[in-house]
Design a binder for this molecule. Structure first.
Ligand code: AMP
Length: 289
């Protein structure tokens, strides 16, 4: 799976990217992180980027496109990746389209985290204050002044990407003001709807336990049905079907296919069991006579 997380600084892209990494086993490719590492290591790219980053400007397109192109070729990105902070301009998006095409890779989705700008400034102020309290180092560009500049550059240079990807039917917008786990769930639902991810394993577990739960009711129904041999099998089957359906409904995330399969299986079993019991009872009665 290959996705882009789009959103202004402070919208929670980094946090969501990390959660998605854990959930889907893909890598997070953050140009901001890579550039900060380059600055710290004093590489030629780092030296070029240092001042620009500190002032809240954008590093030249060719620099970040080069970094991303190399990074996508690394073995750990084969399984998929989340682009966080890239692309940030339309030329970067065009360059990304080109390089994905060259590498025969498909972009699954672009998730936009939409947030309220004044809330963003509050978030950053709170985060910076908390980091200072804990004695942690604060990013040089994480001050309210620089953030104002980064927001302005987001509006003028990055926001046009919303139109770019919406035109290409890749864009999904999510309310980034919700609680972190709600945002994660919304992203997951979106990826499911797009077919970018398989229904999660816990969905299957629900389906399995639903199918397991059904036979309990089915056994009871079959027992009762055995008292009336004429209607046994049909009645047992119907009740079992109902029980399985009810349980599967509560399983929520079970796929339609799994649900149908479970219902059919349970119903079949019930028919067999009901008929068997009925036959046994008749044999018993005959033996008594
Ligand atoms: P971020 O951590 O994504 O907020 O990025 C921090 C800083 O790195 C930005 O303010 C830019 O100066 C620079 N940067 C990160 N990604 C890009 C990009 N795709 N294009 C240009 N500059 C970038």
């Amino acid at each position: 799976m290959r996705i882009i997380l789009l959103g202004p600084p402070g919208s929670g892209k980094g946090t969501q990217a990390q959660l998605l990494v854990q959930r889907y086993g893909i890598v997070q490719l953050s140009t901001g992180e890579m550039l900060r590492a380059a600055v710290a290591a004093g590489t030629p790219v780092g030296l070029k980027a240092k001042e620009i980053m500190a002032s809240g400007g954008l590093v030249p397109d060719e620099v970040v496109v080069g970094i991303i192109s190399d990074r996508i070729d690394q073995p750990d990105a084969k399984n998929g990746f989340i682009l966080d902070g890239f692309p940030r301009t339309v030329p970067q998006a065009e360059a990304l389209d080109e390089l994905l095409k060259r590498k025969h890779l498909k972009l699954d989705a672009v998730i936009e985290l939409r947030v309220n700008e004044s809330a963003l400034l509050n978030r950053v102020e709170t985060r910076v204050a908390q980091m200072r309290e804990r004695g942690e180092e604060v990013r040089v560009d994480d001050t309210p002044e620089v953030l104002t500049k980064r927001l302005a550059s987001y509006r003028s240079q990055t926001e046009p990407l919303i139109h770019y990807y919406s035109e290409r039917r890749k864009l999904s917008t999510i309310d980034g003001m919700m609680a972190i786990d709600e945002v994660t769930r919304a992203i997951h639902r979106q990826l499911l709807a797009l077919g970018a991810v398989e229904p999660k394993t816990h969905g299957k577990t629900h389906a399995r336990s639903a199918a397991k739960a059904a036979p309990a009711k089915k056994a009871k129904t079959a027992k009762t049905a055995a008292k009336k041999p004429a209607k046994t099998a049909k009645k047992a089957a119907n009740s079992a079907k109902k029980a399985a359906k009810k349980a599967l409904k509560s399983a929520g995330k079970a796929t339609r296919k799994t649900a149908k399969k479970a219902t059919r299986k349970t119903a079949k079993k019930a028919v067999k069991k009901g008929a068997k019991k009925a036959a046994k009872k008749v044999t018993k009665k005959r033996a008594k006579r």
